[in-house]
Write a protein that binds this ligand. Structure first.
Ligand SMILES: Cc1cc2nc3c(=O)[nH]c(=O)nc-3n(C[C@H](O)[C@H](O)[C@H](O)COP(=O)(O)OP(=O)(O)OC[C@H]3O[C@@H](n4cnc5c(N)ncnc54)[C@H](O)[C@@H]3O)c2cc1C
Length: 449
């Protein structure tokens, strides 16, 4: 196969896609605006670590890298909740089944293993410091800026995997009237800042290692994920403006007072808090929905470029990897009478409803993590679901449907999960003190939802 295809953006989705296409025998040119991340550390402000789960692992398995990724991950078996009252700890497993958990992985390390593998193929060329600045969607001609020079290139197909602020998508937008390109961008009122809990003086984890830590507070929250060097990457999510907001945390004294009041246990473990707070950027969060994702079988969007989601289901990268998996399945299923236009049309139709579903679930989960994890009924419901998952393997909570059932689409997981949530919340609210539960009857009712 001698077709040359072009991938714009060598982040997580682009490098996985380039690897798959290289393995299929395509001649692949990858253009990445940044310098080589294996030489220059660049992750400040863009989530240092990520939760990798089953859908993402299935994407990595496609290219044979799932096991390698797990080797550099830390299992997180559940949510460790740090309550506002006396920093009381409670552990909520992600699932009642022993083999189901999510994994904390370094964005940088994952990108490294993907790029290292990509570069083993002689049919791939990766060009760093090449920024896509324009795209003619009719001829498939890309314009790239590299160290002040303009370079033009063409490909049989252009894959836009250039992230949430995609330049490829921008080109679609410029010709939106021709392609009836629909686009929406929805900002969350909250932004985020990354901070750090370093390893202890005795070089140990300062918090439980195998958990995703959450400090839910009214109107804001903080999370922490473990790293292999025994530190935790901490992310504070709070409104960008208003009384309790990033805007108002504008002096070291205010930051320290805020942390002492709201996160006293974390504060004790954050010796560099003030420096980190003022050195690290405050970033905003938004959802991008658009359609169509492809133009005439020539250009197509994948990953965040097609569907940026807020990070509260830990699924943005997982969904992007699932894009590559689904595309590969469509390519395999259509290998006779192969035509890119047909492949890309099938791809966008199969994915759109699902990425819309995970986008909506992620926004819902922002409110759940921020507020509901502090709600006693929410805890009761989680306990009940854990019991059901531990004792009735056919039961999957909404979180488990989304995270551990890659055999279901995001849309199916969302629809079933939402029905279950509504039903079980009502159920625990109506449960009388000391009332015993008929679990078989309960499961039967759930199966009829
Ligand atoms: C705070 C935060 C936490 C997150 N946590 C999780 C999580 O726990 N689990 C999870 O699954 N997802 C998570 N995500 C989402 C995840 O980061 C993204 O979904 C994922 O990175 C998407 O991959 P991508 O390759 O599409 O985009 P990116 O990873 O952003 O890669 C895009 C690449 O394109 C390059 N590029 C950009 N513009 C151009 C251009 N004009 N020309 C050439 N190259 C260009 C960029 O330099 C970059 O390398 C999180 C996101 C955030 C912000």
């Amino acid at each position: 196969m001698e077709q040359r295809v072009v991938v714009v953006g060598a982040g997580l989705c682009g490098s996985l896609l380039a690897l798959y296409l290289a393995q299929k025998g395509y001649h692949v040119h990858v253009y990445e605006k940044r310098s080589d991340p294996r030489i220059h550390f660049q992750s400040k402000g863009r989530s240092i670590n990520l939760a990798l789960s089953d859908r993402g692992l299935a994407g990595l398995q496609l290219v044979g890298l799932d096991k390698k990724a797990l080797e550099i991950s830390i299992p997180m078996k559940g949510r460790q909740i740090h309550s506002a009252e006396n920093s009381k700890l409670s552990f909520l497993p992600y699932s009642g089944r022993e083999q189901e958990w999510i994994n904390s992985i370094s964005r940088q390390e994952l990108n490294h293993i993907l790029l290292n593998e990509v570069e083993k193929f002689s049919n791939v060329n990766v060009f760093f410091n090449h920024e896509c600045v324009a795209l003619d969607t009719i001829t498939g001609t890309l314009s790239m800026e590299c160290e002040g020079n303009m370079i033009h290139t063409k490909g049989e197909v252009i894959f836009g995997t250039d992230g949430a602020n995609s330049a490829v998508r921008q080109a679609f937008l410029k010709q939106s009237a021709i392609y009836q390109f629909n686009y929406s961008q929805q900002f969350l009122e909250a932004g985020y800042k990354e901070l750090e809990i370093p390893p202890s003086d005795s070089d140990n984890f300062r918090l439980e290692k195998n958990a995703l830590h959450i400090w839910p507070r009214d109107g804001f929250m903080m999370i922490a994920l473990p790293n292999l060097d025994k530190s935790f990457t901490v992310t504070l999510f709070m409104p960008l403006k208003g009384e309790l907001s990033f805007e108002n945390l504008n002096s070291s004294d205010r930051v320290i007072a805020f942390f002492k009041t709201h996160f006293p246990d974390a504060y004790e473990q954050m010796p560099n808090l003030s420096d980190d707070f003022f050195n690290n950027p405050t970033s905003s969060l938004h959802t991008v929905k658009c359609f169509p994702w492809q133009v005439e079988g020539k250009c197509v969007l994948l990953g965040d470029a097609a569907h940026a989601v807020v990070p509260f289901y830990g699924q943005g990268m997982n969904a992007s990897f699932e894009d590559v998996l689904v595309l590969s399945q469509i390519i395999e299923q259509n290998s006779t009478n192969f035509e890119w236009k047909n492949i890309l049309e099938l791809f966008q139709v199969r994915r759109k409803q699902n990425t819309d579903a995970i986008a909506d679930l992620a926004v819902d989960n922002f409110y759940e993590m921020r507020d509901a994890t502090a709600d006693p009924f929410f805890h009761k419901k989680r306990q009940l679901e854990i019991y059901l998952e531990q004792n009735h393997s056919e039961y999957f909570s909404k979180y488990s449907l989304v995270t551990f059932r890659e055999d279901l689409s995001y849309y199916q997981a969302m629809t079933q999960g939402r029905k279950q949530d509504k039903f079980l919340m009502e159920f625990v609210k109506n449960l009388q003190k000391d009332e015993s539960i008929n679990y078989n009857l309960l499961l039967e009712k759930i199966s009829l939802l």
